[in-house]
Design a protein around this ligand. Sequence first.
Ligand SMILES: *Cc1c(COP(=O)(O)O)cnc(C)c1O
Length: 632
Amino acid sequence: MLLFIGNVDIAYHLASFGSVQRKSKIRMKRKIYWSPYSKRTLLASTEQEAENETSWKQSYETRRVPDQQDNTNDEEEAEEENMNRVIKELSQRFDWPKESLSSKKQVSVDPILFHEPSFLQSHSYEDFIKESEQAKKRNHVESMDTESFMRLFENARKGWLSCPQCKGLAPPEEIEKWGWCSYCHAEIDLKKSPAEILYPQEEEKKTDKQKKSDSIRNVSKRVVQREWNVSCSKRALETINPIRQLVQGMAVKPNPDKKLIPLSIGDPTAFGNLRIPREAMKVLSKVLAEDSAHGYSNSLGNDVARSSIANKYSSKHHSITKDDIILTCGTSGALEMIFNALCNPGDNVLIPRPGFPLFKTLLDNLGVEVRYYDLDPHQQWQIRLEQLPKLVDSRTAALVVNNPSNPCGSVFSYSHMMAILEIAQRLCIPIVADEVYSDMTFSGSQFFSFGSLSEYVPILSVGSVSKMFVAPGWRLGWIIIHDRQRLLETGNVIQGLRQLSMRMLVPSSPFQMVLPTLFSDSCKSDFVALVETLEDHAKFTVDSLSKIRGLSCTSAPQGSMYCMVHVDSQSMGFQDDMEWATQLLAEESVLVLPGQCFQAPHFFRIVYCAPKAVLNEAFSRIRRFCENHQTN
Ligand SMILES: *Cc1c(COP(=O)(O)O)cnc(C)c1O
């Protein structure tokens, strides 16, 4: 019976090289049978024979092996070509010198090495030669031609075992199953070590324990089986930005006859009309020119930068120091770090609806359950506080609040904030306060930070220069820890945050150096001007849009850069806000985000940062669109 076990590739190689044939004095017949059962091939002269011999009753796929008796010249050429390919591959893959791989050369090999897949998996050519030199001294050496050697070597690297007698290779499971070599039919006792079979006298000196650990069976278990299988983590693939997803879902092109007006992106730099305070730019240039801030900063952020934040956010009743501040990669990085520090998989966190989609993206990523509480569109988007107690359980890790709000443009009143704090205290939940729009409030509204008001409830407040100072690309954000009762210390939350800050060492050092300037009087007038512009735009937005039939601003913006507009899409013949916004883009080339992006169907969000002339054009187009589509 003639049998070869190996994958198809190798079977072809062996058949055309004839190397193992020569070695093991087996003459091969023409057919390779493939067994779907073992996902391997075997050679036999007839299908029947293969079937009988293997008792693999599954159907076989037959493949023809090129006839090697005829066309000796062709065959030699093919062999040469094949050999060159193998040499190239191996010298590249394993970094072996090409000269050492010439087919004419004979190699001295310690056959034992073929039973040490872990050695072969990890060692270089030099190691191998050294080892073989040692073997020569011990008379443990065999000479073989390079091509057979390389083939054996490559397969041994894959973790295949070779027969101590003939060096024929097979996967360990195969030998385990059959108990004998598929090439030379020598019996292989898996309990014995290869050395015991090859050099019985020497092996007697070894202890039983050593022998056992060197047995073929155990050696085969030392193999690290690796194949190319580079695949993306589940966590990464489950990370979804709902805005991107929904906007892609809109899948229409803007009207090519009209210039696109994107009122969708929460980036104040988008139109070039709003700018970083000029004084800050001067300081940044100076910092860069001085070459003084190119090194790593303290992992929490440099002292000067942190002190400037502490100064800015200290209040009469409660002063904070630089030790309460951690600089982060924007507000986004701050939120990610906090969720990481507060939550274990399976915990839950309460977040606003409508709300900023990143909260969910970050929490999903950590295996944390998201629980929505609602904001009331008819009450200036205040939290429907009565919902909170029903949402809380023993695994609730935090309450996320966002004030001033994206996407609502609302600003919480003092009394509403006190009511929130009271409930959080009663329910014993820390508050994560996204205050990235702090102080960006319009006349009639005042910004209070949760940290300044909370006597009891721990507040982790986050912010950045992204919106306040029109520099989202700087990625310069922070966490402010307010914990007057030291409730976060007991559970090591602050220590955890500090440890997490050591991972990335953000934000970049030169930008940190500009923070004191941004918070200084020299940038104050720019900030005031920014907020005045936004207030003017907000008013213009509400005035223009509330005149349009089918649209209404249930609560006019009090701060930030956004306005949520209610749309009666059905009266215009659209199924929902998504379809309305999609069609608006297709007809009028105005892009606004449908409320669904923020878990708020029947609304859309407008970013009113654009120059007034642009807003004016956009609003005229929206008016025309709504009028054209009114069904009665
Ligand atoms: C823009 C925004 C952020 C992200 O701010 P970065 O500092 O740019 O990371 C976080 N939260 C809210 C509510 C935002 O609107």
